[in-house]
Design a protein around this ligand. Structure first.
Ligand SMILES: Nc1nc2c(ncn2[C@@H]2O[C@H](COP(=O)(O)OP(=O)(O)O)[C@@H](O)[C@H]2O)c(=O)[nH]1
Ligand SMILES: [Mg+2]
Length: 884
């Protein structure tokens, strides 16, 4: 039977398949065509179209066949995953021609690609993509229009129109999402779910395998998701909370239905959770069709987060779970939900002793747990039948009345149940149920990676958070800071005083020796041994687990020591330490005692991490210094590993918290830290691969984009250590590094603008002096859409005037001959200034990202690309020459 899969892996046979298979099958083929086009598919199965006999056996069936195909495919992906580690996630993050355009509609075969692309940009319209090639698109026309006007007879003509059904072979948007989910490897799956959550969508919690019906609980996919909310404490003061969803302890309300309903459960749930956003996809959403193949039996989960205002529907953070499909057909899921819920909400047409669900309903009613029954064929208002047992009718009733009553009932039930121990839901507890497969437990690499990370964390346990860095990461503390100080002095003295210089160099050498002699420690030793020995997949899991656990560890004490730099401790600090170990070993030209590998291979380990998609610290924000020896060595290793390829460097500059990281993440689907969690310190770089296809099509001269995210200007000022000098250094560094620098401006405060522009202009002048030719674009964030058009014209004029004025002023200081900004840098005031809509549609914490913002990002990406395509890129070799 592998033949059938072989045929499916044949993109060109897709269309022949289409005519031979029932709709459900066709769907899968098309849905998977994107995945199939990836090179991994080629050699696995016989490349031979399917024989007719095999066909007929396939097309006989209905859903079952599609599941068969599906399972073959998913098997296929699972087996291949180890060979091509992280391949899927890496493929998806490439810069492709397709990703440079915005697609509101697309051919069915491009649905997956378009979906992923939109989702990575945080565009919630990923669920509203129109397929262009279904015959049932748009309006139907009767085959021959009735023409004779005199004869018009509505009764006759209406009866002549066949009652053709709805768009039965259009692919359901949720099937697109679930198909990606089923086929993705762990890392892509996690990325997908993280972005779905950013779009304020519900997430898959229990997912039956389409073939075996075994239920998977994808705990791993939730590990990166944080939710924040505000609530009032006992003293009526508003307190803010931010928690990873896997740690949050909240009540859970579960919704399920028996039988087919005349109204939508998901739509009703949306009205409770977020009135302006379709948290759950429902039958009245655009693109919905009656043939949904991959959703029945899936449980989705979402978090209601209050904003601390009186208008909140619920005063606390609440989890809502939604079982799709008939609960009677999905007993396992139903059992898990009803067991874990604080409140059960069941929707059914009516209740009769002879119903299939009669005994289940009886049990739920007898149980102590609150129960709310919604009857679609009943017209009555809310009634409390017993303590914590409610009944609400839905028939012919105004939906907002219904949700009002439901909210009240849920709130009463929650206060009723809060005394019970069962009222707390913890995501991790889901795996305690028997007969479900938890993804983390099921994946050997994940399990081993987690175990290693836990072992490493155990080494920290004895220490106070504020002392950790001092004792476990000695190289980056005082010694490195003192070395940096000396180094800066050395550069400033410019060789005027020879004696001074020699003395300083000796001091620096001494610091290096001390760094070298400092004890490596079990913690660092463990880390280096781990990343030196594991398989690639396991290594990524290990690193991701370590980040998760470190985050958990440091957030415990955050309230106490929020201000303390010492309390931030993440993967970046461990890598920074490795960098310093490397630099000190290089300086004294010896291998460090206890180091599990040769010090020269440390850079190679970091380069591998970069290739796997981890960001690397380029500038240490605490010391405000670039560890040049280390970074150079890592880049050198990158060249070795990737071949001598060219990179285009994109950097970003702007005030702290002006949305820089958010913007870069949306542009490239990356995950730089955004400051709701933690601010960017220093500068980080991450590689984005450019697809071969776009290189050929657009004759691009580079293979990678190096995205450099930076700490904001004035970051130090905010923490009370302001110096204009450091801002200037940062700007010069960022501008000098980038082939293109995005200058990010939040809001329109003119005085702020002035300050930044002066820094920027000076930085560009310095570049001009050393004959570097970077380019720049300005992005104004948070511009209200209504006034945008004309205001922007005026804004552009003002910006140009200010830039020119700054240029004139600075030209004097910098002894440079320039009359206007365009003398310093080629710059098109029309094309290179962008106005961005505000990021949120509504107010946080429940607001989704504004689709207009995502469109702006798309436009920025296109303009960025047109800049880049004119550039030669930068050889990595030359990259470090540009740094001072
Ligand atoms: N209201 C609003 N908030 C934004 C906008 N852009 C970013 N933010 C928020 O501002 C905070 C800082 O964003 P971040 O990207 O970390 O800024 P960075 O410090 O410049 O990198 C985050 O919580 C973002 O969600 C915007 O256009 N409007
Ligand atoms: Mg940032």
């Amino acid at each position: 039977m592998t033949y059938s899969a072989g045929a499916l892996l044949y993109p060109q046979s897709l269309y022949c398949l289409r005519h031979r298979l029932p709709p459900a099958n066709v769907k899968f083929i098309v849905v998977f065509s994107f995945m199939l086009q990836t090179p991994v598919t080629v050699e696995a199965f016989p490349q031979r179209p399917l024989e007719d006999a095999a066909w007929s056996s396939l097309s006989k069936g209905n859903k079952k066949d599609s599941l068969f195909i599906f399972s073959l495919l998913s098997l296929f992906f699972k087996n291949k995953k180890n060979l091509y580690f992280n391949k899927l996630a890496a493929d998806v993050l490439q810069l492709t021609t397709h990703s440079l355009q915005s697609h509101e509609s697309c051919a069915e075969k491009d649905l997956i690609q378009t979906f992923l692309q939109k989702l990575l940009m945080m565009n919630y319209r990923a669920r509203y993509i129109k397929p262009t090639d279904t015959q049932h698109d748009g309006q139907q026309r009767s085959n021959d229009l009735f023409e004779d006007e005199g004869d018009a007879d509505i009764f006759r003509e209406i009866s002549l129109i066949p009652e053709e059904t709805n768009r039965s072979d259009a692919i359901h948007p949720m099937d697109v999402q679930m198909a990606v989910f089923h086929c993705a490897d762990s890392f892509l799956k996690q990325l997908l779910v993280t972005k779905l959550s950013q779009c304020q969508y519900a997430l898959p919690l229990l997912v039956p395998d389409p073939f075996t019906q075994e239920i998977e609980f994808p705990l791993w996919t939730f590990r990166q998701i944080n939710k924040s909310w505000k609530m009032k404490d006992i003293k009526n003061e508003i307190i803010g909370q931010i928690q990873p969803v896997w740690k949050a302890e909240t009540p859970m309300v579960s919704f399920f239905r028996f039988d087919l309903l005349s109204s939508s459960k998901s739509q009703l749930m949306n009205s409770l959770i977020n009135e302006r956003h379709n948290t759950f996809f429902h039958r009245n959403c655009p693109g919905s069709s009656s043939t949904r193949v991959l959703m029945d039996g899936v449980v989705e989960i979402t978090w209601y987060c209050p904003s601390g205002k009186d208008t909140d529907k619920f005063a606390q953070c609440i989890v809502f779970c939604n079982l799709h499909g008939d609960a009677g057909d999905n007993e396992k899921q139903l059992q898990i939900l009803t067991e874990m819920a604080s409140v059960n909400v069941v929707i059914l047409p009516r209740l009769d002793k002879n119903d299939r669900c009669a005994s289940q309903m009886q049990n739920l009613y007898k149980d102590r747990k609150p129960l709310i029954c919604l009857f679609t064929e009943d017209k009555s208002r809310v009634t409390e039948m017993r303590n914590g047992k409610y009944k609400i009718g839905l028939k012919n009733r105004n939906q907002s009345d219904v949700s009002e009553e439901l909210i009240q009932a849920i709130n009463k039930c929650l206060s009723f149940s809060s005394s019970e121990s069962t009222s707390v839901f913890r995501l991790e507890d889901v795996s305690k149920h028997s007969n479900i497969r938890e993804d983390e437990d099921h994946d050997n690499d994940c399990r081993r990676g987690k175990k290693a990370a836990q072992q490493m964390m155990a080494l920290l346990k004895k220490k106070d958070l504020t002392e950790i860095k001092e004792s476990f990461l000695p190289c980056q503390g005082k010694l490195w800071h003192q070395w940096c100080e000396k180094n800066k002095e050395l550069h400033r003295s410019q060789g005027n005083e020879m004696d001074m210089e020699i003395k300083q160099k000796q001091d620096m050498k001494k610091f290096r020796e001390q760094q070298y002699k400092s004890d490596l420690g079990e913690f660092m030793k463990f880390f280096i041994t781990e990343i030196n020995s594991q398989s690639p997949n396991e290594k990524i899991f290990f690193l991701k687990w370590l980040a998760i656990l470190l985050d958990e560890y440091t957030s415990v004490d955050l309230s106490i020591s929020k201000e303390l730099q010492a309390a931030t401790f993440g993967l970046e600090h461990i890598l920074r330490e490795i960098g310093q170990i490397y630099e000190s070993c290089q300086s004294v030209n010896k291998n460090k005692e206890g180091l599990p590998c040769d010090s020269s291979s440390l850079a190679s380990l970091a380069a591998e991490m970069m290739i796997s998609g981890f960001p690397l610290e380029l500038m240490d924000g605490d010391a405000a210094h670039v560890p040049v020896v280390w970074v150079t060595a890592v880049l050198h290793e990158l060249i070795k590993k990737l071949g001598d390829q060219r990179v285009f460097v994109l950097s970003v500059l702007g005030i702290q918290s002006s949305g820089k990281s958010t913007m870069l993440n949306a542009m490239f689907g990356l995950q730089f830290a955004v400051s709701a969690g933690r601010c960017t310190r220093g500068a980080f770089m991450q590689l984005v691969r450019v697809s071969d296809e776009i290189k050929i099509k657009e004759q691009l001269k580079f293979d990678y984009i190096l995205v450099v995210d930076t700490e904001g200007l004035r970051a130090l000022e905010l923490s009370g250590r302001s110096t204009r000098h450091q801002d200037n250094e940062m700007a010069t560094f960022v501008v000098g590094l980038g082939n293109l620098t995005l200058i990010n401006i939040f809001g329109e405060n003119p005085s702020e603008l002035q300050d930044i522009l002066q820094i920027v202009v000076q930085a560009f002048m310095r570049m001009k002096k050393v004959r570097l030719n970077p380019s720049c674009m300005f992005v104004h964030q948070n511009v209200s859409e209504v006034t945008a058009g004309e205001k922007n014209m005026e804004g552009r004029r003002r910006l140009q005037a200010t830039l020119d004025e700054m240029t004139k002023l600075d030209a004097k200081d910098e002894v440079f001959d320039a009359e206007c900004f365009n003398d310093v840098i080629t710059f098109d005031i029309q094309k290179d200034v962008k106005y961005f809509a505000q990021l949120w549609e509504g107010s946080p914490p429940m607001a989704p990202p504004n689709p207009s913002y995502c469109e702006n990002i798309q436009d920025l990406k296109t303009t960025f690309f047109s800049h880049a395509s004119k550039s030669d890129g930068l050889q990595k070799q030359t990259l470090h020459q540009h740094r001072k």
